[in-house]
Design a protein around this ligand. Sequence first.
Ligand code: FAD
Ligand code: SIN
Length: 536
Amino acid sequence: MTRIKTDILVLGSGIAGLTFSIKAAKQFPNRQILVLTKTVEGESNTRYAQGGVAAVWNEEQDTFEKHIADTLDAGDGLCKEDIVRIVIEEGPERVREIIDWGARFDKEKDSPEYDLAREGGHSEHRILHYKDLTGWEMQRTLMDEAASYPNIKVLEHYFALDLITQHHLGRMVIRVTPDIECYGCYALNKENGGIDTLLARVTILCTGGGGQVYKSTTNPVIATGDGVAMTYRAKGRVENMEFMQFHPTSLYNPAGENPSFLVSEAVRGFGGILKTAEGEEFMQHYDPRLSLAPRDIVARAIDSEMKKRGTDCMYLDCRHLDKEGFTAHFPTIYDKCLSVGIDPMKDLIPVVPACHYMCGGIMVDEHGRSSIHRLYAAGECSSTGLHGANRLASNSLLEAMVFAHRIFLDIRDKMEGWDFQEGIPDWNAEGTTDPKEMVLITQSIKELKDIMSYYVGIVRSNIRLKRALDRLFLLYQETEDLYKTTVVSPQLMELRNLITLAYLITRSASHRRESRGLHFTTDYPDHLPFVEFSVL
Ligand code: FAD
Ligand code: SIN
């Protein structure tokens, strides 16, 4: 067991964590920034982003007001308008910054102008991208830039287990306690099995999303909602968890694949059309924007058509598109399709919705401050109010950069006033022994994903949600019993975190007695007149 002191502790090395760290490292050359990452630095949701980053770039054609209107429209009445304005107006400056750090977004042929793509819900072409590998390019840029600061240290294969608060000093802390403070976290060094105590003046949660709570997801296996679960256990506030976004078009693989491969919405922006197996269009029955309607509408339309027809997938038709343009913009998607025997220029691409993005998360204010003092959150683990009931495509990379910057500004003048907390005990592993039956963990994860996929998926109802809560309670009890007696492992912690995440999603879904954005329930199919965030 090691005790480590660092001025700033950042949990996560995706776009939010690294953007923040670079700024802090530059501002405070004498302060140490420690970045923890669960596996390797480059493995994150960020790394898999395909479509790109939305920003008002061509000011002759596009305006902030149009991007704001599109975001509010997608958010279905639940966005915080002041936050939407902040992100969209500050966004282009953050994009310019990452370009200065070396990000290579695609340009138009023989032109210095960026090639701006369009995705569902956007009224203009405004998506900057690097082929269909935008996230990879942004992650690469951030890792290179971070490596140039000697005061940033990245600890790989370090798994944050729990946040440290007054609770660890023996004080009772409940969710309404007004002065909960965060002093760092306990983390498992996966290489030697030790549990270290990491003490910090301030902690920034950038732990990403939790798509792994569902059976089928575009999120990599690291996306288990750890930051949200840790915050909830530390009695911090979490909100809008019922709004889990399903991407309409992941590649259908009858053998199953974890994660599911994404077929970017930009393919539809490029002219791809959703069709039935017989080659008929169906989106005209659901929305005048057809295949480019916002994601919640398209995912529900596909789900409904599949149920109506008893099929396992619907199709994306790209056969009419220009091959040269398609392969230049979507080389990864093209190659992946070929690798499974589908030629996008000759065949329909089978697609199915998959869990993709967590719109809710750790409740933060306009400076990224959580309800716990000295604890901030940015990126997918946070809920800023930008996305409301449904995220507009390609707004999340933008949000992560804007909030990483805002957190940096907020802590700039506060650092001096925050000291290390004395008296924090080491991790208590008393009474635990090595796990004897891994099947208890692996099988519980499978059960959990089944519960969420069958009862808390794209379409919900009171009876399904009640059934899910009953089943989750049993899983929770069994897993807590295991946790009390078993040496901590990443698998066990991920199971605990996923159960918490599942509970938060299901509980919030049961509280919302209406259908809005991504939350659709057959018991309350309409909007309620008064819109509120669901806070737990
Ligand atoms: P991440 O990039 O997920 O990083 C999370 C980090 O936290 C990782 O380093 C992880 O190791 C670490 N971590 C997690 N738990 C722990 C723990 N317990 N201990 C230590 N470290 C931990 N958005 C767009 O705007 N445009 C797109 O085109 C786009 N395409 C997407 C395509 C795919 C396939 C996916 C999955 C997402 C896409 N998104 C897109 C969403 C976007 O990529 C993510 O929302 C965003 O990258 C999240 O960034 P982040 O920094 O919050 O988290
Ligand atoms: C995509 O490329 O379709 C994903 C874009 C996003 O999730 O914002």
